[in-house]
Design a protein around this ligand. Structure first.
Ligand code: NCD
Length: 316
């Protein structure tokens, strides 16, 4: 299986069989990652450059590990020390890097759409590692893999995505993915944190946690993304936790075998109770991190195959 895309910019443009192909390959890589010899040669000879214009712990680390396990030459640009600080534009930085012949460019940027723009200027494969509040495709894929491994399927599940939907690229990518895979989606949060028009996305919108969690198979919590808020969106952190923070009492309204997810970084006592987040019988938060490496290996492997095919045909 190859992808018919040069880049992975979002889930919106992917077809369900492509999503399944990435997840199937990622499942194989998850097995490899638990073994003693984690090396494969899928990206051998290729250069991967990571450009993170926004802070990141797990996404950047897992892209680095994924590239190294598949034999790529991996370089993470120290963006704090780069020429961006001297006034160079994103596009100029991209063109400079492009001249060094990278094959895979992994980009995170605070502005929605910035990664798509950059992809038009370079002749390698670009992977979106999160752009503003737009998309974060590898996060939705790793969430899907975690759900599929826990529940055995992605269709006909009730998934409650809770909290700060308005500022979340994770929510947007998950809504695309789970919608395409025919799961039932509920967005749960205060009216100020649910985008206007969300009701037209083919999802249910709830402003009450008990109602929103009722019978849910999957409960996905989101961080309050203060760095993207300009003004007061919640009355107080305490009040928010009381109404929308996930604890055992609220979770009791979900299905008895519901799993709890969070993309991280997590704010304990703000959107989720710390004890619940650590409860290995309910929380799959660590599995999400584990699947992150596997999904990024699969995505870069498939994009590299497409890139090599394009190069053979002289398209790039
Ligand atoms: C998310 C992100 O950066 O969008 N984190 C992640 O990639 N694991 C979510 C967040 O920042 O809250």
């Amino acid at each position: 299986m190859t992808l018919r895309h040069r880049h992975l910019l979002g889930i919106e443009g992917l077809a369900p069989p492509e999503i399944t192909a990435i997840l199937d390959l990622a499942d194989d890589y998850a097995t490899l990652n638990r073994s003693g010899d984690k090396h494969r040669e899928a990206l051998r000879g290729l250069t991967q450059i990571n450009m993170f214009f926004e802070n990141s712990t797990r996404t950047q680390a897992s892209f680095e590990i994924a590239g190294m396990r598949l034999g790529a030459d991996v370089m993470s640009m120290p963006m704090q020390a780069s020429s961006i600080k001297k006034g160079e534009t994103l596009i100029d930085t991209a063109l400079t890097l492009n001249a060094m012949h990278p094959d895979l460019l992994v980009v995170r940027h605070p502005q929605s759409g910035a990664v798509n723009l950059l992809a038009q200027k370079v002749n390698c494969a670009v992977l979106n590692a999160g752009d503003g509040r737009h998309e974060h495709p590898t996060q939705a894929l790793l969430d899907a893999l975690t759900i599929r491994r826990a529940k055995g399927r992605l269709h006909r599940l009730t998934v409650a995505i809770c909290g700060d939907i308005a500022h979340s690229r994770v929510a947007r990518s998950n809504i695309h993915l789970l919608g395409k895979m025919e799961s039932r989606l509920r967005l749960v949060g205060p009216p100020t944190l649910i985008p206007a028009g969300a009701a037209d996305w083919g999802v249910e919108v709830c402003h009450d946690m008990v109602e929103g969690l009722r019978g849910a198979d999957v409960v996905m919590m989101l961080r309050l993304q203060r760095e993207r808020m300009d003004g007061a969106f919640i009355p107080s952190q305490r009040e928010y936790y009381h109404r929308y923070g996930l604890d055992a009492e609220k979770l009791a309204h979900a299905a008895p075998d519901a799993i709890v997810m969070h993309p991280g970084p997590m704010n304990r006592g703000v959107e989720i109770d710390g004890t619940l987040a650590d409860d290995i019988n309910r929380s799959v938060i660590q599995e999400q991190v584990e699947m992150g490496v596997a999904v990024r290996m699969a995505a870069m492997d498939l994009l590299a195959r497409a890139l090599r095919a394009d190069r053979e045909e002289g398209v790039v």
